[in-house]
Structure formats: C-alpha cells, structure tokens
Design a protein around this ligand. Structure first.
Ligand code: VGL
Ligand code: ZN
Length: 208
C-alpha cells in the first residue's frame, strides 16, 4: 500500500512586478506559471491544498529603499503590479497568503496570513495554522524568486517540520549578484530541502 501524505503546493509571489515588465523583474519569471499550473491541476485531482503567496506592501514600506530598506518599490497592495501574473491559474479553492502588509520585510510565506480561502474561518490565519489544522506533512514549492522568497519559504517549511520539495522548473532567481540563485539552491539543499523535477513532483503527488 502506498503511504499517503497530506500535501500542499505553494506558489510563491508569481506577481506581475516580479515578471518581465514589472518593477522588480525576474528573468523568465512568467515561465514559472506553466509548471505551477501543472502542479495545481494535479493538486485538484488528488486533494492537495493549493496556496499562492503574494507580496502586498503599503506605499511607505521600510522594505523599500526610500524608507530604509533595499528594494525599489514593488507589489503595492491593490496595484496592477501586485496582481498575480495572468498566466497563473488561481481559483476560489486557492488559499491566498498576503505578506509584508505592515511594510516590513516578509520574505517567507509563513510570515503572511490568509486573505482569501474557500472557508471564511481561515481568513487572517497564519499559513502554518492552516497546514496544522489539516495535517499537512509535505510541501511542493515553486515561484519567485529562488534567492529570496522561495528560499525563505522552503527553509521555514523545513524548520517547521515539513518535508519540503522544491520544483526546479518552477522557480527563477533575481540573481542581483551572478550565481545567487544557484547558491540559494545549495543552501536549501544543505538545510534539507529536496530539489526535484516537475515530473517527479507529479509522481509524488499522485501518491498523496
Ligand atoms: C521578493 C525581494 C523583495 C520575492 C520580495 O518575492 O522574492 N524579493 N520582495
Ligand atoms: Zn517585497
């Protein structure tokens, strides 16, 4: 008998501002939408939870260079740039996590809380509480950017006790310094994140 493990797919920050043409563009950022859609589709077939996180900053955020932080303005709440990329398939069954709403740095999806979900009772709840309430054990992670929010989300997942898989086709890096993305992958691996192909992830999900 196959051991079934309650799982979740997390799409990290697949937002217009992190895609080509956006305010903090990641090269080929838009290309993570297709593999993530495939994971979401498999999730629908297997009862795996779907989560999409989003950076959701106020205009005057200490996260931004003008207010003491390091980043150009991006993902201002309610703006076009903060919307999910149109290629990413979000539906009412997807749990949406908003983070950075107080203006502070919030790289990890676990720093955010639920702002849309199939069940109103989850609104305002931290992501980890949603997982704990449903007995989630495994996380399949993709999104933007490998060297920031994806890394923090995946490594927090390990720290919180989840088995974490990073889907290699479903991530892209900012690479402010050349090689940052690859270094982030190594750091994640060293901390216990399993980096796997989309094909392997779909196989594992079929056993969920
Ligand atoms: C991110 C930099 C600043 C990310 C968010 O989503 O990876 N990076 N804010
Ligand atoms: Zn941000």
């Amino acid at each position: 008998m196959i051991e079934r493990k309650p799982s979740a797919v997390i799409a990290v920050d697949v937002q217009n501002d992190f895609c080509p043409g956006g305010k903090l563009p990641v090269k080929e950022g838009n290309l993570v939408a297709d593999p993530i859609n495939q994971l979401f589709k498999a999730a629908d077939l297997t009862g795996v939870l779907k989560v999409a996180t989003r950076d959701w900053h106020p205009i005057q955020a200490v996260h931004f260079a003008g207010f003491g932080g390091v980043w150009p303005e991006h993902c201002i709440m309610e703006s076009e740039g903060a919307k999910f990329h149109p290629d990413l398939k979000i539906d009412p069954a997807t749990f949406i996590v908003s983070k950075g709403v107080d203006g502070k740095d919030a790289y990890s999806g676990f720093d955010g809380s639920i702002t849309s979900s199939p069940d109103k009772a989850d609104l305002g709840t931290p992501l980890n509480d949603v997982f704990l309430a449903r007995g989630i054990q495994r996380l399949f992670v993709g999104g933007l950017a490998t060297d920031y929010c994806v890394k923090q989300t995946a490594m927090d997942g390990v720290k919180l006790g989840y088995q974490v898989f990073l889907i290699e086709e479903a991530v892209r890096a900012v690479d402010i310094n050349p090689g940052d993305g690859n270094r982030a992958l190594e750091e994640m691996k060293d901390s216990g994140v399993k980096v796997i192909s989309l094909e392997r992830a779909l196989e594992l999900m079929a056993q969920s």
